[in-house]
Design a protein around this ligand. Structure first.
Ligand SMILES: [Zn+2]
Length: 168
């Protein structure tokens, strides 16, 4: 697995900077490396704000099978049978993949549902018909729905601007 984000560097920085990620639009940034899901809940790319929160709460954390240190999970998937896997970063062993407790990793905490099938997700923040005013008709609404999407930065542009030292 090739990573463009150096997660060993980025994870502690993101946790330290949680205040910047806990609200939109940065909350909704999605990364190609970070996803979760199951055969019965669906899944997708996780919102980074939810991921950092769950790292901090110890939910998206697993003990390293090699050294017992805390692994920050990046990806997890499971089936109803409980079979599955997760991939995360151990500060000592690096990138680790395991099949242990995959369902717990996906379901524990508030990761579930905080995801999108689409990388670069931009939630709809307003869906209103705009009002128009004319002397003849007064204030009227036309039938067209106006759809505004939140301007969530793309992960690469965001990293280049804010954490260029965490890219490789
Ligand atoms: Zn380890």
């Amino acid at each position: 697995m090739e990573l463009c984000v150096n997660w060993s560097k980025a994870i502690p920085r993101f946790i330290e900077d949680f205040n910047h990620f806990k609200n939109p639009p940065d909350y909704f940034i999605t990364f190609p490396d970070i996803s979760a899901g199951s055969s019965f809940t669906g899944g997708g790319y996780l919102f980074i704000g939810a991921v950092i929160h769950n790292w901090m709460e110890g939910n998206f954390i697993q003990p390293c099978p090699g050294c017992e240190r805390d692994i920050h999970v990046l990806r997890a998937g499971c089936l109803l049978s409980g079979d599955g896997y997760w991939v995360g970063i151990c500060p000592y062993c690096g990138l680790v993949k395991s099949q242990s407790k995959a369902m717990e990793v996906v379901l524990k905490g508030s990761i579930r549902g905080n995801w999108s099938n689409e990388l670069g997700y931009k939630p709809i923040i307003q869906k209103e018909s705009p009002y128009r005013f004319s002397i003849k008709e007064g204030l009227t609404r036309d039938g067209d729905k106006e759809e505004t999407r939140m301007d969530v930065p793309g992960w690469l542009a965001f990293m280049q601007e804010n954490y260029p030292d965490c890219l490789e």
